[in-house]
Design a protein around this ligand. Sequence first.
Ligand SMILES: [Zn+2]
Ligand SMILES: [Zn+2]
Ligand SMILES: [Zn+2]
Length: 254
Amino acid sequence: MKIIFLGTGTSHGVPVIGCRCRVCNSKDQRNIRNRSSIYIEKSGISIVIDTPAEFRLTTLKYKIKKIDAVLLTHCHSDHIAGLDDLRRYNELQGKKIPVFGNKETIKEIKERFSYIFKKTQEGGGKPKLVLKEIKPYKEFYIGKIKILPILVKHGCIDVISYRINDFVYMTDVSYIPEKSFKFLKNIKILVLDALRKEKHPTHFNLSEAVGIAKKLKVKKVYFTHISHRLDHDLIQKKLTKNMELAYDGLIETI
Ligand SMILES: [Zn+2]
Ligand SMILES: [Zn+2]
Ligand SMILES: [Zn+2]
């Protein structure tokens, strides 16, 4: 299984518009962060988790040739704003693309992207999507790939983390419900929300994320959804070998 980090930034992206801080003005490419999403390729199947505003730019940059399915974590704008650009993949592939999300996410997609599902506006370039509602802990398949959705909390909002074999993608999380821990054993690679050093009401900060990675005894953790308050180089020097700040364009195989 191949993984490409398409984006590793928080909702503003990094650099933040108009910000003069050292990270936003850094020359280090690892401090330039598009909004968070990830590409997964396994057994010829291509999946993206979330479609942020930069979806078109990142799929071009990392040469993503096809998308068989989209998994959505939740419906905050920084995770879905680029959904419309799936239409190019409809054209390339000549078929509809399934989009998976929990009940709230599917409802919000229907509202915010209502034009997609209206019978009017035919002929214009609209994406052709099949919305698929999923329930936490109920496995489903994309081709032969088994996907396990796991519930986490993002403040008071339900967010879906996705597990594929020993890989887990968990972003926009500030609390993991007790029930979810039994689905988080024997993880080889965990991608985990670590917004900044300071505490935040709806995201794990770095020390909380480090604590979760240790508690779960994961072999390797990549921190994502990173704000401009974390300088890649400075933070990375302080982390142990099995913990890494992810950066845009990072490729991993598992
Ligand atoms: Zn987010
Ligand atoms: Zn800044
Ligand atoms: Zn969010």
